[in-house]
Design a protein around this ligand. Structure first.
Ligand SMILES: Cc1cc2nc3c(=O)[nH]c(=O)nc-3n(C[C@H](O)[C@H](O)[C@H](O)COP(=O)(O)O)c2cc1C
Length: 325
């Protein structure tokens, strides 16, 4: 029950409007009939497009939309072939009621996939892909929030972590010293060793951090190699931004953690003193909604959580930040 209300809380007003429009238009189509009736077919298409729009509304990056577009385009020939296959098989087993019923069902299902589902899904994927590509960096930096609750069962592969560190490798570095080193973790055991060393959301005084099942799937620990440089803060900032933007593009959520029990983390992971522990980046599939809002007249910068568990982050307005000097 709690899971259902959490899920419903994540559906925003636009999605509710699209769902309502989809159901109403779909129902109207069925009432006036869709068989050989163009107005009914058009209404059904509009209804399905609304429902598909509600489904993809919060997708983070063009990547997901292009994958959906390719999948839905591929579903058309597959649907047609399977529809015909099950039709042909159905003619062979006309004697058996159960078997011919099952094959009839599959034949109709793949007909609906090919004729009804593919069009609206591909349309929504195309529009979403073009729109999110066009928004580019602005959408990505907006999506690149600090998430502190995750879908705990979402694995993150070694390859993904390596690719993210590669983004850091390609980034700027003071005097090109490249003094940062990285420890990667994506296993239950290692994650379990790192988690107790981290402090979460200092402003949320009555929240002790993500519970079991909401914890990050992976961590990237940023270290500064003291044999290569004396200070690391600028490089650590640039590196973190590259990694978190790259993760956001993959639909992952991250949180930078600077409040670390450094001695205990060093001990648990046997990190040599040569390496300064700079930051930990927690990664996972986002399990919460985070929204930006303008700082109010009271100038309060503390983030806060509302009764629907939505995390609000106040940001200064541009006029306050850009000085006219
Ligand atoms: C250097 C740095 C250290 C941070 N350390 C922590 C931390 O220890 N724990 C935490 O929950 N969040 C930490 N954060 C996340 C900030 O709280 C977060 O960036 C801020 O609230 C703004 O939210 P946003 O990232 O969604 O814009 C850190 C962020 C930065 C840049």
């Amino acid at each position: 029950m709690a899971g259902l209300s959490k899920f419903l809380n994540k559906i925003n007003i636009v999605q509710w409007i699209l769902i309502a429009a989809g159901i109403l238009t779909g129902a109207a189509a069925l009432v006036i009939g869709v068989s050989d009736n163009p107005p009914g077919i058009i209404l059904l298409y509009i209804g399905l497009t609304c429902l598909a729009g509600a489904w993809v509304w919060n997708w983070p990056s063009p990547r997901e939309f292009w994958i959906l577009l390719l999948t839905s385009l591929a579903a058309f020939p597959v649907g047609v072939v399977l529809h015909n296959l099950f039709y042909a098989l159905g003619t062979l087993v006309e004697g058996s009621l159960i078997l011919s019923g099952l094959l009839g069902f599959l034949e109709a299902l793949f007909f609906l996939v090919a004729v009804m589902a593919v069009g609206p899904t591909a349309l929504v994927a195309l529009v979403g892909g073009v729109y999110t590509s066009w928004q580019g960096m602005s959408r990505l930096t907006l999506k690149n929030r600090s998430y502190r609750r995750f879908k705990g069962n979402h694995p993150i592969k070694d390859r993904t972590l390596w690719n993210l560190v590669n983004l850091a490798r390609q980034s700027a570095s003071g005097a090109n010293l490249q003094p940062l080193k990285f420890i990667l973790s994506n296993t239950e055991d290692k994650n379990g060793m790192i988690f107790p060393a981290l402090s979460w959301a200092g402003y949320l005084k009555d929240w002790a951090g993500p519970v079991e099942g909401e914890r990050p799937s992976a961590y990237i620990i940023l270290l500064g190699d003291r044999e290569l440089a004396d200070s690391f803060q600028y490089d650590a900032g640039i590196t973190s931004q590259s990694i978190t933007l790259g993760a956001a593009e993959l639909g992952l959520g991250t949180c930078l953690i600077g409040s670390i029990k450094r001695d205990s983390l060093r001990k648990i992971l046997s990190i040599p003193v040569r390496y300064e522990i700079l930051l930990v980046i927690a990664l996972g599939r986002p399990g919460e909604s985070v929204v930006l809002e303008e700082i109010g007249d009271d100038g309060e910068i503390k983030y806060w959580r509302d009764e629907k568990e939505i995390h609000h982050v106040p940001k200064r307005i541009l006029e306050e930040m850009i000085l006219d000097l």
